[in-house]
Design a protein around this ligand. Structure first.
Ligand SMILES: N[C@@H](CCC(=O)N[C@@H](CS)C(=O)NCC(=O)O)C(=O)O
Length: 208
């Protein structure tokens, strides 16, 4: 398996399947692409990914060109890794959480890009980003309470956690206290837990 990825400091979409591959204990090699180089980046991605975006997973004679589709493939390929909860209702909720991240929170994503090399600073954020943060605090708190934590899908770290790990880095980098957005403690603790997960620490060490 080969995973085509962008710079580790910036590429949130690349980080997600990379964390999941590590968690599954999969053997894979990386094809690194330097992002933000205009036509050079475009030319570097083109031979690997039909969408022109990273990540892409080259496996079994195909290319999977989307982070969530890659994670779904890995969940099927490595059923013993517990990447989605076993219980169908818990699995549906964890999938809804990952999907909401995949297609939403555009204000937070635009205003607070991930930068693992940046010094933490307190940022002025727009009302649209405040709204995203209130929703994330509620989503985390609801799922942790309902499925019992310590991870979003319950006892096991899984794909939903991989999807929210970049959010945890943004909260740290931009000095966001989730308690200012309705969190009563559960969300803040979960955020710290995401940043201490061994898969994330391994990625972060290579991003510096
Ligand atoms: N929906 C895609 C989004 C992928 C995406 O936007 N990737 C960015 C990097 S994080 C990219 O490839 N940018 C190309 C460029 O910067 O030229 C996914 O989930 O895989």
């Amino acid at each position: 398996m080969e995973l085509v990825i962008g710079n580790k400091a910036w590429s949130t979409w690349s980080m997600r399947p990379w964390l999941v591959l590590k968690r599954a204990g999969a053997e894979f090699t990386e094809i690194p692409i330097e992002l933000r180089q205009g036509a050079r980046t475009e030319a570097a991605i083109a031979p690997h990914s039909p969408s022109g975006h990273v990540p892409a997973l080259k496996v079994d004679g195909i290319v999977i060109w989307d982070s969530l589709a890659i994670c779904e493939y890995l969940a099927e390929k490595f059923p013993e890794a517990g990447l989605w909860p076993k219980d169908p209702a818990a699995r549906a909720l964890a999938r809804a959480a990952a999907s909401e991240m995949h297609s939403g929170f555009s204000s937070l994503r635009g205003e607070c890009p991930m930068d693992l090399r940046a010094e933490p600073k307190v940022a002025e954020l727009s009302e649209a980003t405040h709204k995203d943060l209130r929703r994330i605090a509620k989503l985390w708190s609801d799922l942790l309470q309902r499925l019992g934590g310590p991870w979003l899908g319950g006892a096991e770290w899984g794909i939903a956690d991989a999807f929210y790990t970049p959010v945890a880095t943004r909260l740290r980098t931009y000095g966001v206290r989730l308690s200012d957005f309705g969190d009563t403690g559960r969300g803040g603790e979960y955020c710290e837990r995401l940043l201490q997960a061994p898969e994330f620490l391994a990625w972060e060490a290579e991003a510096k």
